[in-house]
Design a protein around this ligand. Structure first.
Ligand code: KMH
Ligand code: ZN
Length: 304
């Protein structure tokens, strides 16, 4: 089988990291737009996007904030826009969907199960915070559940999938989530080519161990045959090793400051584009070709 080109997704800011953790984390619509555009220019064909309150960097689901950067990114790049429906584990589902329902993007994330979503190890690492909300938010995640019930998933599929022609980055944080996705496939609610994001290293999900990647792929192969493509993201310092392994196994890769603030050991990434360039160099060293946005659309059956 010919080796497909590799799709690089860049997750530009997310809702996990906070401004104290890195001065390079984009926060304002201007910063998010600039970082997204530079990531696309560096080779990312999919841009996974969240918004933040420009005043203090707190994760926000406000569609008006998204609308301050989405048109600019669309105008400047051909990259696939992928809006988060996960938001943060502290947001209500209706809020999480509001921006995507307004923008009707080609792609959205869809989280395939409810879980603990652990950020709290970060609490111990910092003693001085720039904003009062940061330790409060991290503390709140200790007793909250990242809620993605079967009904929530059905609702997102109906509203965005059937309603808007949006296709999904199916975020699977553990092997069970693959079976949940297969269940929706069996009910005819999703169809291939499925784009499955294997997520490693979130506390509450599967760990970032190479054996887990081979196992996730083995089970996905069994459940979905050739009607899926996988991508890998790994939280924190396992980001580059795990996505390199994914690429070597025939998969796609996700980088971005949402998933890791680092470029290498002890070195903060100064931009999202730095991480895109780093994985691009790795891919080229492995003689792998990077997919353009047009190629990514064809590979994933996007509406364009
Ligand atoms: N933060 C990532 C581990 C979403 O936005 O829907 C998962 C994520 C969730 O990207
Ligand atoms: Zn996200």
């Amino acid at each position: 089988m010919t080796r497909q080109k590799v799709i690089i997704t860049c997750a530009v800011t997310g809702s996990v990291h906070t401004p104290t953790m890195s001065p390079y984390l984009p926060v304002t619509p201007d910063e998010i737009a600039a970082e997204a555009i530079a990531a696309a220019e560096a080779g990312a064909s999919i841009l996974h996007l969240h918004a933040r309150d420009p005043e203090n960097g707190r994760p926000s689901a406000d569609p008006a904030l998204f609308m301050q950067f989405l048109p600019r990114i669309k105008q400047a790049t051909d990259a696939v826009i992928n809006i988060s429906t996960g938001g943060s584990s502290l947001m209500a589902l209706d809020d999480r969907l509001a921006a995507a329902l307004r923008a009707e993007p080609e792609m959205c994330s869809l989280n395939m199960g409810s879980m603990n979503f652990g950020l709290y190890p970060a609490l111990d690492r910092y003693t001085e915070w720039k904003h009062e909300w940061e330790p409060q938010l991290l503390e709140a995640t200790r007793s909250s559940i990242f809620r993605n019930t079967f009904a929530d998933i059905e609702s997102i599929l109906a509203q965005l999938g059937q309603g808007c022609g949006t296709r999904f980055e199916f975020e699977c944080y553990d092997v069970g989530h693959l079976y949940t996705l297969a269940h929706f496939r069996d009910r005819g609610l999703v169809s291939g080519p499925l784009f499955i994001q294997f997520v490693f290293g979130v506390l509450g999900g599967i760990g970032a161990d190479p054996e887990n990647l081979t196992h996730m792929k083995r089970i996905a192969d069994k459940l979905f045959g050739d009607s899926y493509r996988f991508s890998v993201l790994a939280a924190g310092r396992q980001q580059m090793p795990m996505i390199t392994m994914a690429a070597a196994m025939g998969g796609n890769v996700r980088v971005g400051l949402e998933d890791s603030l680092m470029l290498g050991r002890g070195e903060l990434a100064k931009s999202n584009a730095d991480q895109v360039k780093r994985i691009r160099a790795v891919l080229e060293a492995l003689s792998l070709e990077v997919a353009t946005p047009i190629e990514a659309r064809a590979m994933l059956g996007l509406k364009g």
